[in-house]
Design a protein around this ligand. Sequence first.
Ligand SMILES: [Ca+2]
Length: 484
Amino acid sequence: MPTGARWCLLTAATTALAPVRNTPVESELELGLRAGEATRAATRVDFASQLFRVGSIISPEREDFPKEVQAPAGAPNILLILTDDVAYGTSSTFGGPIQTPTMDSLAQTGLRYTQFHTTALCSPTRAALITGRNHHTAHTGVIMEFGTGYPGYDSLMPKSVGTFAEVLKQHGYNTSWYGKNHNVPDWQTSEAGPFDLWPTGLGFNYFYGFIGGDTDQWHPALVEGTKPIEPYFGKPDYILDVDLADHAIDWIRKQKASAPQRPFVAYYATGTAHAPHHAPKEWIAKFKGKFDQGWDKVREETLARQKQLGVVPADTQLTARPNELPAWDSLSVDQKRLYARMAEVYAGALAHADHNIGRVVDAIRDLGELDNTLIIYIMGDNGCSGEGTVQGTTNELAVNANGVVEDMPYLLSMIDELGSDQTYNHMPAAGPCLRHAVPVDEAGRLALRRHAQWPGALVAEAHQRCRRYPHAVPPRDRHRSDHL
Ligand SMILES: [Ca+2]
């Protein structure tokens, strides 16, 4: 500010005070006190007038707290479970070779959906699932890391696309999210935020998990809310699937202890069985020798079980194996030994995840809340991943993303380390043919499976297989153009 301007301001202030200074009987202190008294008197008058105006509606017998939003009486708790990179012919619930007793148990009293489809990619399926919108409407036409600045693909979910958690929170639910996110724009994942598109910005009161597409299960890149944490320090046996279940159980119990009448939402999105395939040794050992017959035979065995269960039509034929994937009989003894081991590791990881999901279900049962809990168990946001290349890898990111070449002697030297914290491993693209034991529908999409249980409402239809609601993207949005 120029000196002249400052001077003018001082002059104006002095002029304004001049009449007061010309009053000889009052000091500045007296003036201040008099002014304060005048203000207080005015305030008393104003307050009295307000009391006069509202007095007719205020009385000691009538409280004036705003009413809290409460969910309707009997509104169910919701447990939404999502696994990662698992195909239709994988879990025992749908005829696969990997035992998933938690899902099996729920299926016995619930519904099996045999025509459930996804977008066949992580982020888009997850965006559609949490918003109930077409993944392009949610600006998530591709995974977050591949977001581009074009409509439907910029990975910036708009405010107009609310999540089910936001809606339910506004109707009296407590909401939480555990495990994988993969719905935050890639450049907004640091501690600098912004955090509007993190789970806690999307209606989830509590988040305990990881923001990216995958993470080391032994030393995960975890956040609680928006704060990075490292809970594995000093815990040599730490593994994420146990930790996720522990935190979900703890949160659910506290909710019901503090506000038993309030329903909860728990979105439980384990990082398993995306790479890296990590599991405790004892869980991997459960599958020792279970894949020695090779992926071609596993396909046949799986399809036979699927027909027996009735989850595929009785006349279903196996699809032809793509030419890029070798027949099991064409492999060397070492290749067979390695690939069978990789399948055991994958199987151990998924079975271990299902076991820990079972702990969450058991905790809800122990609270006496199971009969008022809608459980939706989606086995896979897409089918098995092909990122392991034809021969599998000890390090998915090195091989698949950075072009590192691993030869067979090296892979064999690491065979006993697979599944440990020494590897970031992935199985071969043929993936013991877990993914190829899947009939492909007319649209060329892999049919995934979903299971829903809510005994209080759906028990009348228990044991029936259901072909409704076949897509993560709701029907009203499914046929919108890809460039929206
Ligand atoms: Ca996935």
